[in-house]
Ligand binder design. Sequence first.
Ligand code: K7E
Ligand code: CUA
Ligand code: CA
Length: 611
Amino acid sequence: MTRIVTLIVLSILATAALMQTMGCGETGSAQVRAAQEVYVPPGEHDRYYAFLSGGQSGSVFVVGIPSGRLIREIPVFEPRAAYGYAVHPNDPRRRELESTGGAWGDTHHPAPSETNGVYDGRYLWINDLANGRLARVRLDVFETDRILKIPNLQGAHGIAVVSPNTKYIGVNGEFEQPTDGLATNPAPYTSVVAFVDPESMQVKFEVRVNGNIDIADSSKDGRYFFATVYNLEQGKDMGGMIQFDRDALAAIDIAAAEKAVAEGKGVVRNGVPILDPENVPGVLTLIPVPKNPHGVNVTPDGRYAIASGKLSPTVTIVDVKTLKIVAEPEVGLGPLHTTFDDRGNAFTSLFLDSQVVKWNIDKAVAGTSDYIVDRINVHYNIGHLQAAGGETMKPHGDFLLALNKLSKDQYLPVGPDMPEAQELIDISGEKMRMLAAFPTPPEPHDAVFMAASLLKSKVKQVFDLGADSVKEGGESVVRTGPDAVTVNMTMIRSAYTPETIEVREGDHVTFRMTNVETIRDMTHGFALPDHGLNVSLPPGATKEITIETPKPGVYWFYCTNFCSALHLEMRGRLVVQPKDGPVKITDWRAGQNVAGLQVPGVPSTEKSNGR
Ligand code: K7E
Ligand code: CUA
Ligand code: CA
């Protein structure tokens, strides 16, 4: 027995000695262990989807966790040629962007739909801080579905889904405006929290709140919508905004607000009833918290709302039932946001300390001195942090993502501007462990994790061929007016039908295109040189776009997504005849009745088979 033990001890010592000589001391073996924990072999899948806001990239980054691999970017508020998203001025998506605030956005907070207090994998909402918008992303196809310009509000910052069943998406208007929206109004500025219906994407009502409404969360029972307010002073400059010792955590009583709206107590502006809490007592409670707070996060059990101090080294713990402050523990310098594990611990990001601090909620509330559990350094200046499931009623307690504002020396230098830095931390043990880091383009603010086991089965393989799709055999080139032509086109490896389209200078050419592939990932593109057009059609997708002023010439449209060995041959011609040249309108499919193509004033329709 003793002998065996001695042998084991000796072999451990030998291994340790070997590792020392190999240069892997304690740090080395910790790194090997961490690497194994985040390694996802080729062909295998990550355990989580992480949705990271793209900040001024105007998009959502989809990253696999634990690998940190970027799987997809979902363009939302900015055109993206790679996905044929909103590129051409006449793309309906582009028009929607232009009409709601422009072709860029600043996304901050991804918020997934919930059922019974956990993610249901249907939708993800994301705000555009810059232009006061809210977008909805369908998670079955990972595409932007709806974009809403929110009336009566500038600077849509904090958003939160109202738990537990996504009754509304609440959106905070951070940048205050004169009450009537006119610069001539000398009254103090103000803003609103907008409550948006998740299905219709319409604003149901708004509640007026003064003081720059910042970050949001909902109580787990859906009674309150919490929002931090950092400018109770109503200052117009930085100095003016930091006068008071305390600002506020606002609690909007949603049921009371709904009742007041039903009783007609809202003043309708731009089609939306606005409640003024001064006239409707009980709708808004302001809880005083240390000056200029930032994040607010409700604990998974729904008992407490935690406001992070930012300028104060504390977090303020508010009892959600009584709206009273129960504790204000010190956690470190520059606390911004808080997330949770499944064992009663909170994790707060410390911007100035460049740390994540882990603290025990019950101990902090009880006022015992040992509430701080652990601290870990991050690189550098962390903003948000998110633990898997940390925003739901069932946190997973395994991974935490630190979203750091500055990366400085962490990656190969790429000029004075460096990428954003995310760090993955293991929170399954008492002590936090740094596992890995990965960069992204600017600038993720917040992130949410969704278990692959939840979402994977909900993701579609091909789009459903809708009623508006062009069917194989149903392709046509139709003159729909003196200066309008519609092309009903299909695409399948590796040809467009029709391949040749002749129009006249001055024609408006509408391309209605369906990718009739039925196999996953068989995406075709449709790029038209010199006309600002690139459309990308995943299998089953139909898109329509009108080119208003094609210039005379021959234009080869071609496929931009590599699809087969004949991908480079996948192209066709748009022939634009000069106005006064020989008029030659294609009856592309031979034998088709061309009577309908006769254009008033045009003598005849010449036939030319474009195949
Ligand atoms: Cu803290 Cu816009 Cu969420 Cu950024 S906000 S950090
Ligand atoms: Cu279709 Cu390349
Ligand atoms: Ca203030």
